[in-house]
Design a protein around this ligand. Structure first.
Ligand SMILES: [Zn+2]
Length: 148
């Protein structure tokens, strides 16, 4: 019997939604950073919200952890554990070219190394790329899931 694996996405807990740089009005609460929110002027722009209230962090960790392995196998496993394929291609850029920026921004202050496919293997698009400069000092920024 095949063991059913955990899905690679999860539903956001509404209270924990941390998009505090969008003006969400008085009802909005961000419990961890209450003090920062109070003083924040609200100038951060173009935050790309993760769609439909789903968090694909487990997928991104899965993909990064499989770098160097066969893409077809990774892809078919990922698809089985997702509601849709699209989020795979937020990280995996099949058209990545030398000189393209090897980091993608997903959600607020959350960055990941882009991945691409070479010789049927999933690989880091730019293995030398590092965490981008922080947009502000009031928020936690993460690169590949690690705060910096
Ligand atoms: Zn901030």
């Amino acid at each position: 019997m095949k063991r059913v694996k955990e899905p690679l996405y999860r539903k956001y807990n509404k209270l924990a939604r941390g998009f505090h740089h969008n003006s969400l009005g008085g009802a909005f609460r961000y419990q961890r950073n209450t003090k920062e929110v109070k003083n924040f002027e609200g100038t951060h722009m173009s935050v790309r919200r993760t769609r439909e209230g789903y968090d694909y962090t487990p997928l991104f960790k899965f993909l990064l952890s499989r770098a160097g392995q066969n893409w077809d196998k990774i892809f078919s496993e990922a698809v089985q554990r997702l509601d849709k394929q699209e989020p795979i291609f937020w990280l995996v850029d099949l058209h990545f070219e030398q000189g393209d920026y090897g980091v993608v921004s997903i959600g607020e202050n959350s960055y990941y190394s882009k991945l691409t496919v070479q010789d049927d293997l999933l690989v880091l698009a730019d293995p030398k790329v590092t965490a981008p400069a922080k947009l502000c000092t009031c928020c936690t920024h993460t690169f590949n899931g690690i705060a910096y």
